[in-house]
Design a protein around this ligand. Structure first.
Ligand code: AMP
Length: 566
């Protein structure tokens, strides 16, 4: 009976409908997000038929947020975070301030109190983690400079919201005493109890970060390595999930920081471990499933009737999110002398609102500072901005050739943080491109270098790329599956491509793109299963070396008493 098992019903209805509508959306060449959101509307309380449990679906969505942020943390080192602080910190704060003022102005026009307007404005100022990360992941931008800025920005916003959430009840109490309308700005700020609440919040967040960086950084990788040595894949998978969810939950319970922030730090302390790639892979399927539930839960909150009931305020809200916030972000990033392309990408990724806005709106209504209408406007703004977000990126993709033409020079100025070393020589020709400089790629690269062959490396780990650059090796830093990373390797003029990464899915994407760029290229790829050999050959690899078969060959040589190959 569905009503006896609301959790099961919510998960099943959410996933099944999201799948059906997502596939339909895909068929009509629109983003599957649209399908997921509509699935939410369909199982929501405002449309007839089955109604899923709203509170449960929001909690399920939180798991998606945790796993997503954990995955981002795995890609992020402390160094990466620090390298973007000069733009992310002032950028996020200025953007929050700007959007909040716009929201307050709208609140004022609608006759709300100052505090009501403040809550409304803050809710409009913070972007959704899920929407932003999905957009970046889809475009392989997470590991790029601009992706790092966007994530740093998101983390600052997250921290600001954690502070807002704890301060709000204190503020509401203060203005509640002398009537909401009498709560002027002077009484909103200042006062000993407020300052104390703020200090305690910041101290708790700082204590959490310090604990993670000092203790967590040693213990968490140790646990994972220990489990990896047991040889049980199931235990390893469990360990990764336990760490991601456990740290996020503990951080929220004990230190009052958000789940997202807790998960991010859990991932970040693991990012230096060589197991981080595996840990990321283990959480992928669950992460995707729960991220879908996030969109379903947003759809569920949406009452389509508001579009008819309150059209102008809805329009104004959406304009603040899409136009106001983007223009502020654009101006700030440009002010920091980044290229127009970077500025547009960051503005586009932040032009939406999501989970934090709902939490803030819910709290505001609960404390009686935000009118219900404010919450409805926030929900409408969220769903419409999430729907519009992919369009922003489509426009950006169209603009890309133009941006690249005009942005080349500006980008050079824009990336002072890039590690020093010889740039990729533009006149490289007849060279070998090696993707991945790990256990396999390194040996190949060293042998080619000894033979005097020109080599260019594409490596995902930024620290490793920096190290190689220091040794005078030509390196493109980033995920080779991303078209712009691959394009930097001058494949059209290369002679050989060695795809030396263990992941066959990514390897396939690389081989396919490389073959399209250069039909004459000699492509060698790495595989671990027979099916992978077929797959890579089918996509255009000339030679596919299966690791396990080569290991067996060496073992056979040994067993039969012949000299082992070097
Ligand atoms: P190993 O498995 O030890 O040969 O290491 C593989 C290497 O390839 C590691 O250094 C990874 O950082 C790198 N790598 C994995 N995937 C990619 C990718 N898609 N693009 C560039 N480098 C990658």
């Amino acid at each position: 009976m569905p009503h006896d098992t609301p959790l099961v019903a919510t998960i099943v209805a959410g996933l099944v409908l999201a799948f059906v509508l997502g596939a339909l959306a895909n068929r009509f060449r629109v983003s599957p997000l649209v399908g997921y959101l509509l699935a939410g509307v369909a199982v929501g309380p405002y449309t007839p038929g089955f109604v899923a449990d709203r509170a449960l679906s929001l909690e399920l969505a939180e798991i998606g947020v945790i796993l997503l942020m954990f995955g981002v943390g795995l890609h992020f080192s402390l160094k990466d975070l620090m390298s973007v602080r000069w733009i992310a910190l002032p950028g996020a704060l200025a953007q929050i301030a700007f959007a909040t003022v716009l929201g307050m102005a709208l609140g004022h026009a609608l006759g709300w109190t100052l505090l009501g307007g403040l809550v409304f404005g803050l809710a409009l100022s913070v972007a959704s983690t899920v929407v932003l990360l999905r957009a970046l992941q889809e475009r392989h931008l997470l590991d790029s400079e601009r992706g790092r800025i966007a994530v740093g920005w998101l983390i600052v916003e997250d921290l600001a919201m954690v502070i807002a959430l704890v301060l709000l009840p204190a503020l509401a109490g203060r203005t509640g005493a002398d009537g909401p309308a009498a709560g002027g700005l002077a009484s909103l700020l200042g006062g000993p109890s407020l300052a104390a609440t703020l200090a305690i919040t910041l101290a708790k967040a700082a204590a959490f970060v310090a604990l993670m960086l000092i203790v967590g950084r040693r213990i968490i990788p140790w646990i994972l390595h220990y489990v990896a040595h047991t040889g049980s894949r199931e235990l390893f998978r469990l360990a990764v999930l336990a760490i991601a969810l456990g740290v996020a939950f503990g951080a929220a319970q004990l230190f009052g920081v958000s789940f997202a922030l807790g998960a991010f730090f859990a991932g970040m302390v693991l990012s230096e471990s060589e197991l981080s790639h595996e840990a990321a892979a283990e959480t992928l399927p669950l992460r995707d499933a729960f991220a879908v539930l996030f969109f379903v839960s947003v759809g569920m909150l949406f009452d389509p009737a508001i579009l008819l009931r309150d059209p102008w305020p809805v329009l104004a809200t959406v304009a603040i999110i899409l136009v106001g916030k983007s223009l502020a972000a654009l101006a700030i990033v440009l002010m920091f002398r980044h290229a127009l392309g970077t500025a547009l990408m960051i503005a586009a990724s932040l032009a939406q609102i999501g989970e934090f806005s709902f939490i803030l709106a819910g709290l505001g209504v609960g404390l009686d500072v935000l009118p219900e209408r404010g919450r409805d406007l926030i929900l409408a703004g969220a769903i419409l901005s999430i729907l519009a977000n992919p369009l922003f990126f489509v426009v950006l993709d169209r603009l890309r050739p133009w941006l690249e033409r005009r942005g080349g020079a500006a980008d050079a100025v824009a990336q002072p943080a890039a590690p020093a070393g010889p740039p990729v020589p533009l006149d490289l020709a007849d060279h070998a491109v090696i993707v991945g400089y790990g256990r396999v790629g390194r040996l190949v690269g060293e042998a080619l270098a000894r033979a005097g062959r020109p080599v260019l490396v594409i490596e995902d780990k930024s620290e490793l790329a920096g190290e190689l650059r220091g040794q005078g090796i030509a390196v493109v830093s980033g995920n080779a599956a991303a078209p712009e990373v691959l394009a930097a390797a001058s494949l059209a003029r290369a002679r050989l491509l060695v795809v030396a990464i263990p992941n066959c899915f990514e390897g396939g994407q690389i081989v396919e793109q490389a073959r399209a760029i250069n039909p004459a290229l000699d492509i060698v790829a790495r595989a671990h299963f027979d099916a992978e050999v077929e797959h890579l050959r089918g996509l255009g690899a000339g030679v596919v070396v299966m690791g396990e078969r080569e290991i067996a060959r060496a073992m056979i040589e040994h067993a039969l008493g012949r000299p082992a190959p070097a």
